[in-house]
Design a protein around this ligand. Structure first.
Ligand code: FAD
Length: 168
């Protein structure tokens, strides 16, 4: 089973506390509504559940966020099509739609209000990984461009020797 991480929203990326997804308690359940984006691996056949971060206590600001396990197949929970990206194609990035998704309160991860702390502890490692991968992809792209520039000949010389390429 592959899990996904449902945090980022259109207006809540670096500014995680600015998410809009709400989780409202109803007896022993929570009802979650909102839309997430860039969720890695949420589009694979083995996708089993998502850990979704939502606002449980809006009056507490950043301390009013909590995380929940939302199993695939829960009514109202669906995923979009993978985005067509220019890089990082080995893993998909998809939107998660939560339309009045009812889950038991026991699906809350840790304590009510711990959401932001939990997210930042995951993202601190994740952002280093994303940065390192971006650097590796850029380095490989430069290596491929240099090798093509050396091999490709035009007007009697490899194109790397022409001024336009040398500027780059
Ligand atoms: C490969 C990949 C996998 C991902 N997987 C997941 C996932 O599984 N689940 C999930 O929920 N999200 C995921 N994300 C989303 C990721 O968490 C967000 O992209 C990230 O938090 C940044 O948010 P943003 O894209 O909205 O950029 P923004 O927050 O809009 O940032 C845009 C730019 O502004 C800069 N910036 C932001 N704030 C400041 C500031 N205060 N001062 C100066 N500059 C600033 C940023 O550095 C960036 O260059 C993934 C992203 C990537 C790239």
């Amino acid at each position: 089973m592959i899990a996904s991480f449902g945090v980022t929203e259109a207006h809540g990326g670096s500014d995680v506390a600015n998410i809009k997804t709400r989780a409202v308690q109803d007896g022993d359940d929570f009802i979650i509504s909102g839309t997430k984006m860039f969720s890695t691996n949420a589009g694979t056949a083995l996708h089993g559940f998502s850990t979704v971060v939502a606002i449980t206590d809006p009056e507490l600001g950043p301390k009013g966020l909590s995380s929940f396990v939302v199993p695939v197949g829960t009514p109202g929970f669906s995923v979009g099509k993978p985005s067509n990206k220019i890089g990082w194609r080995f893993a998909d990035s998809v939107e998660l739609y939560l339309d009045d998704v009812r889950i038991p309160a026991r699906n809350m991860i840790g304590n009510r209000g711990d959401g932001l702390k939990q997210v930042l502890s995951v993202l601190s490692i994740g952002r280093i990984l994303v940065g390192a991968t971006g650097l590796g992809l850029a380095r490989r792209a430069i290596d491929l461009a240099k090798s093509y520039g050396r091999d490709r000949e035009l007007f009697g010389a490899s194109i790397l020797k022409h001024q336009g390429w040398l500027f780059h």
